[in-house]
Design a protein around this ligand. Sequence first.
Ligand SMILES: [Zn+2]
Length: 503
Amino acid sequence: MAPLFDASQARLSWSDTPKSEFEGVSNPPLEILPLVVSGPSSNRVDLIFFSDGYLQEERGKFIEDATRLANDISSNQTFNTVKPLMNFWAAFTPSNESGVGVGGKPKDTPFGLYRDGTELRGVYYAKPEVAGAACSSLGDQCDYPILLGNDPLYGGLGGRFTVITPSLANGALILRHELGHSIIKVGEEYDGGWGYFGPNAHADLSAPVPWAHWLADPDSAHARVERSVMPMQDYAWALLNTSTPWAVTFESAGAYARHLVRFSVSGLPEQTDLRVELDGVDLDWAPRANIGVDRWHYDVYRDGGLSAGPHTLTFTLLNGAREPAAQMCNAEILEFGDESEFVSTPGHYSLYPTYSIDNATTYRPTNEDCLMRIITTPNFCSACLEGLWLKLLRDVSLIDALDESCVPSAPGASTLTLRLVPLAHLRTAAVAGLADSYTITWAKDGVVLPAWTNQTRVAPAHPGTYVVHVEYATPEVRADPDGLLAAAMEYTVSGTCGSDSVM
Ligand SMILES: [Zn+2]
């Protein structure tokens, strides 16, 4: 089973949820606080963190946790370039008990978050109707509800409510990955998942490649498939003990030049706690610095191919004091051709095979560029990022408003002020290396006004019907078949401006 994400939940989101489900459910008291706000909720995509398992005296910790998470996913990475299309809010409700429940038993908290056992994995909610009523009560201000459970360790859940913890190592990682699913509606790029769909997945090699315009040679009718195979994957979520090592045996065809041992473990803070071996060879595992008992991911790249025949991967718990928290979460073996057969370089777009939990093969755009594959990486691949722009711009117009004000020196004439979503030169903080731009064109009664090109404040506007066209260009979007990077607004100046003072 995939770690946190269930394909049956993949296409569920708050926007598809019938709000009638929550009629008559009373919502908890909510104290709303702005975290990162770029504009009016009526023309933004609004993410909101709801508190669960935070006592009244932990209000400060909740605000700190939510602020850290919002900044982590929107400052300098992940959602940084699209941040002007989004708002981030916090909604505090005090809980009667601190923390999230364990053993399937929720605590006395607004949304009833709990873990199934004690192991670090899914965090579920017992009161979806309360979460629904809370989000519903906020209208426009709640497009993507996030339930933040007060627990320091790994865990979460995707779907109509994104559930996360403020784990220092994992909270932001899980949040951005789950938001990828719920906002862009993309599936996984990692192996061993359930759902592979959206602009980052390709299944039929005879069909056009969805990310053809990101390929090094976009004219090539069919990109090649990078040569790799996955002889073993196991989402065991196995608790380790000192009496019997956890081991798995797999067959290699012996036909590849390189291989990778990829796994994640939790509950193992010291190097002396665990030994990981492939065919009896110690892989020299060492925990990520300061990971403590939280979950983390490890890659051991090995030059040279595996020989044909059986191989055994073994996890040996060396320190009995780590029972029963020590956990082998998942492991997989990947084999690759040499660099001429499998390009491992970042930034290379091609067809990379991905293997589902049922070993069905689909293709992803890059080797390891995307956080939908490598949860520890902070950015989306170009196919996902382009999908993010297009999805956000379905709900956000580039034009916030067109305001009219009077010109005191010229009765009857007006000043028109175009209020745009603050992208390109209007950004409050420039994005290093991003050359994005707005092109603004004005026309009056069907005649273009070249003098006003690229102006957001124009005068004098004499009576007539004005149309402003706005186009946004960013290197992060190469294909916009539905024209989402453009907007237009019509406005009629009546000529009554300042008439009060004249009369
Ligand atoms: Zn991607």
